[in-house]
Design a protein around this ligand. Structure first.
Ligand code: PEP
Ligand code: MN
Length: 337
């Protein structure tokens, strides 16, 4: 529920109300607006006698949050959240592009592709060190060695890093190296893993599950946020449908739906969203036109020989072209890249 304080409520009154809510077992989230302060109170409503709070000085009203997700909802936070990743702001006017190979294969190649995507305007470098592969016989990633390579690429380029964590046992080590922790589609409802990254401080890129509804996806965000880490970036990466022409069906409409339902930033992944290099440029443009705050794109120097997801990867030259096209779309919708 949301406790709305009267305009002009004093700091002392606000503190007393928050204190009372804490005493009643709620987690509190004060939001200080220009005129009014509201306190999001998350917890078991049965514990509360509403009149007790309503009778406190400075309290105007109590508004229930109807949606099952609370902290992720726009009912609580009216303004869009901007997540600062070491100076790179996700969710503001600028479209932030994350790019790099599906998997880290070796240091020299990774640094080369990092330099190329940086030159084209990417701000964040992607690469998988722990890979959730559909087959146990496929390349599973370089693990810690891959993280060290990422770190070297960050030192060489200044790009921020995003990489996936697939297991609760790896959260600590991945957290030490990366700037954003990625939760992959296959783990979107791995609640233990969500709680684990929710206990950390690093932003989390939460990919939509293979067959997850938007509500289920926002509930997964709620798991992370309710542990204390509210820095969640959503990522639409296509969902499983009956259509087989593309690897997944890229749900462009999820972008405006999320924008209406949540204050969290959303980026789009046209690589996994389509599964085919040739469809990536158009879906990248469409996502930005639809209001995405950023893109995450797979780029590889030699896609036919990539160890993972080559069929959906762009070459650095193709990526450069996409960036130029996307930049025009960004301008058309009042944003920049
Ligand atoms: C990836 O980003 O390489 C990946 C495995 O993504 P997803 O979890 O969306 O399949
Ligand atoms: Mn991939």
């Amino acid at each position: 529920m949301i406790v709305v304080l009267r305009e002009g409520a004093t700091k002392e009154q606000i503190k007393k109300v928050e204190h009372k809510l804490l005493e009643l077992g709620f987690k509190t989230h004060p939001i200080y607006g220009e005129f009014k302060t509201v306190i999001g109170a998350i917890g078991d409503k049965r514990n509360i006698n509403k009149n007790l709070i309503l009778s406190m000085e400075g309290v105007e009203e109590i508004v229930p949050i109807m949606l099952p997700y609370k902290l992720a909802s726009r009912e609580l936070y009216k303004n869009p959240t901007v997540i600062d990743v070491g100076g790179v702001k996700i969710g503001g006017d600028e479209i932030v592009v994350m790019a790099g190979p599906c998997a880290i294969e070796g240091e020299a190649e990774f640094i080369e592709v990092a330099q190329a995507v940086k030159k084209s305007g990417a701000k964040i470098l992607r690469g998988g060190a722990y890979k959730p592969r559909s087959s146990p016989y496929s390349f599973q990633g370089l693990e810690e060695e891959g993280l060290k390579i990422m770190s070297a690429a960050r030192a060489a380029t200044g790009l921020k890093l995003v990489t996936e964590v697939v297991d609760t046992r790896d959260v600590e080590i991945v957290d030490q190296y990366t700037d954003i922790l990625q939760i992959g589609a296959r783990n979107m409802q791995n609640f233990r893993l969500l709680k684990e990254v929710g206990n950390g401080k690093k932003p989390v890129l939460l990919k939509r599950g293979l067959a997850a509804t938007i509500t289920e996806w926002l509930m997964a965000a709620e798991y992370i946020m309710s542990e204390g880490n509210e820095k969640v970036i959503l990522c639409e990466r296509g969902i499983r449908t009956y259509e087989t022409s593309t690897r997944n069906t890229m749900d462009i409409s999820a972008i405006p739906v999320i924008k209406g339902a949540s204050h969290l930033p959303i980026v789009a992944d046209p690589s996994h969203g389509t599964g085919h290099t040739k469809y990536v440029p158009s879906m990248a443009r469409a996502a930005v036109a639809a209001g995405a705050d950023g893109l995450i794109v797979e780029v590889h120097q030699d896609p036919p020989n990539a160890m993972s997801d080559g069929e959906q990867s762009l070459t650095p030259a193709e990526f450069d072209r996409v960036m130029k096209e996307v930049s025009k779309i960004a301008q058309a919708v009042g944003r920049s890249i």
